[in-house]
Structures are given as structure tokens and as C-alpha cells.
Design a protein around this ligand. Structure first.
Ligand code: ADP
Ligand code: MG
Length: 253
């Protein structure tokens, strides 16, 4: 069992561990070293935000952690299972069983109702939903009276809440979210962030979220900073002010 070493994380079990991750996009002169030796762990039952300048590798890191993108070297483990070096077929199964993902652009299937979208992953995995858990998630997200609607009949905030339900309904080891409030107004964004935080505090979920918004990051227990594809610092118990200060420090201002 991997334990985290930073003071506030000491003794917290790691849900996700990345070691020496390198990821190069493209080839030759046009290649970009998006991850340049990233080693980081994310505590189980904790809400961690990943921040850093645009292009610093945040999305690449999240995609590599979730097995959505292959690394060039290094390893990723989720709950003791190695994600790196898997076949596509193994990865598909691992993602269905162990990982939830919330995208900035919701990524719901337009022809399916909210309920069908939430349950699709379980259905594909041949798993039965736990009705009590389904109800708890749907009620926590305020989606009870929206389950028969298709995405086009829902607001952006409601669509993202459906995407959150989809990510959580299988009780994954970890939920990754890439700028989940990036397409929402501040009120809808606050609802999504409040839910992600509640999923950690009340349901014991592990959440790792990329954001560029210091207010969004302040919902997390910990902020990990990236710059130029490398770890560049951390903020424990972040507030918008301490996050802003850390980002300014990164920028050298
Ligand atoms: P962030 O999410 O922090 O804005 P990204 O992980 O999206 O950063 O990108 C990191 C770097 O990798 C950037 O320089 C970006 O242009 C480059 N990059 C990302 N995806 C690709 C890709 N598919 N092909 C080529 N370069 C990419
Ligand atoms: Mg990004």
C-alpha cells in the first residue's frame, strides 16, 4: 500500500499513483513533451485539484491517469492495479469498472434520456445498478424530475450533473474531472463543485479535478500545481487567495 508523504496527506492511502510519467505529443520537430517526469499521488477519499498555466500538461496528465491516453514511460496505478501497459480491451474494462470521468463538454449521448446516459456504462459492463445508490446520487444532484429528459432538453448545469451521476453511479475508485465547470455559469458551476465536494465528504469518493479557476480549486482539499509538464508545488486547504498567490509565484510575478 502506497502512503502519501506530504504533511497533510501523511497516512492517507493513495487511490492513484503516478511515477515518473513522460508523455510526448507528436513527432520530430513538432513534438511537445507535455509530461516531463511527473510523480504524484492522490489520496483516497480526498478532493484534489490540478492547476497550472494553459498548456502545462493538466489535461494530458488526467488523460494518462485515466487510461484515455498512453504514456511514453512511467507508470500509473489505481488502487493497486497498473493502468499503464494495458491493451485497449483491458483498459476499456478497467475504465468501466474503476474510473469515472467528467468532461468539460459533458459528452452525453443525445439520443438517450438522462437516466439511460447515467446507466449506460453499467449496462455495457453487464453490471446491475444498486438502486439505493442510484437514488442517493440522483437525489444529491437534484435530477429526480429530469431523468426522462434528453440532453437537449436540459440546461448546461443539468447536463453536467447528469455527467456527474454517470461518473459516480458505478462507485469507481476515482472520479477524474477536466474543467467540469468550464462551460457553466458561476451558479451552475457552484452546484457541480458542491456536489463533487459532497461526494468526497459524504460518500467517501476520491475526486481529481483539473481547473484554472482559483474559486473552483478552493472546493478541494489540496491543490497540485503543474508547470511545463512538471510538478511545481502544492497548496493544502486551498482558499482562492492562497491559490492565486501560488499561481502568481509559478508565473514568476
Ligand atoms: P493543459 O490542459 O494544461 O492546458 P494540455 O495537456 O492540453 O495542457 O497540453 C500540454 C501541451 O501538449 C501543450 O503544449 C499542448 O499544445 C500539447 N498537446 C496537447 N495535446 C496534444 C496533441 N494531441 N497533439 C499535439 N500536442 C498536444
Ligand atoms: Mg486542458
Amino acid at each position: 500500500m502506497e502512503l502519501l508523504s506530504t504533511p497533510r496527506e501523511a497516512g492517507v492511502r493513495a487511490a492513484v499513483t503516478a511515477r515518473d510519467l513522460v508523455k510526448v505529443h507528436g513527432r520530430g520537430d513538432a513534438s511537445v513533451r507535455a509530461l516531463d517526469g511527473v510523480g504524484v499521488s492522490f489520496g483516497a477519499g480526498r478532493f484534489t485539484a490540478i492547476m497550472g498555466p494553459s498548456g502545462s500538461g493538466k489535461s494530458t496528465l488526467l488523460h494518462c491517469l485515466a487510461g484515455l491516453d498512453a504514456v511514453d514511460s512511467g507508470t500509473v496505478h489505481i488502487g493497486g492495479t497498473e493502468v499503464t501497459g494495458r491493451t485497449d480491451r483491458e483498459l476499456t474494462r478497467l475504465r468501466r469498472e474503476r474510473i469515472g470521468f467528467v468532461f468539460q463538454s459533458f459528452n452525453l449521448l443525445p439520443a438517450l434520456t438522462a437516466r439511460q446516459n447515467v446507466l449506460l456504462g453499467l449496462e455495457l459492463a453487464g453490471r446491475e445498478p444498486d438502486p439505493a445508490w442510484f437514488d442517493a446520487v440522483v437525489d444529491a444532484l437534484g435530477l429526480r424530475d429530469r431523468l426522462r429528459h434528453r440532453p437537449a432538453e436540459l440546461s448546461g448545469g443539468q447536463q453536467q450533473r447528469v455527467a456527474c451521476a454517470r461518473a459516480l453511479v458505478g462507485r469507481p475508485d476515482v472520479v477524474f474531472a477536466d474543467e467540469p465547470t468550464g462551460n457553466l455559469d458561476s451558479r451552475a458551476g457552484a452546484e457541480v463543485l458542491g456536489f463533487l465536494r459532497a461526494s468526497v465528504r459524504e460518500f467517501g469518493q476520491t475526486v481529481v479535478m483539473v481547473t484554472h479557476d482559483p474559486v473552483a480549486a478552493s472546493y478541494a482539499d489540496r491543490v497540485v500545481l503543474l508547470a511545463d509538464g512538471r510538478l511545481a508545488g502544492e497548496v493544502d486547504r486551498p482558499t482562492p487567495d492562497t491559490v492565486l498567490a501560488a499561481l502568481r509565484h509559478l508565473g514568476g510575478a
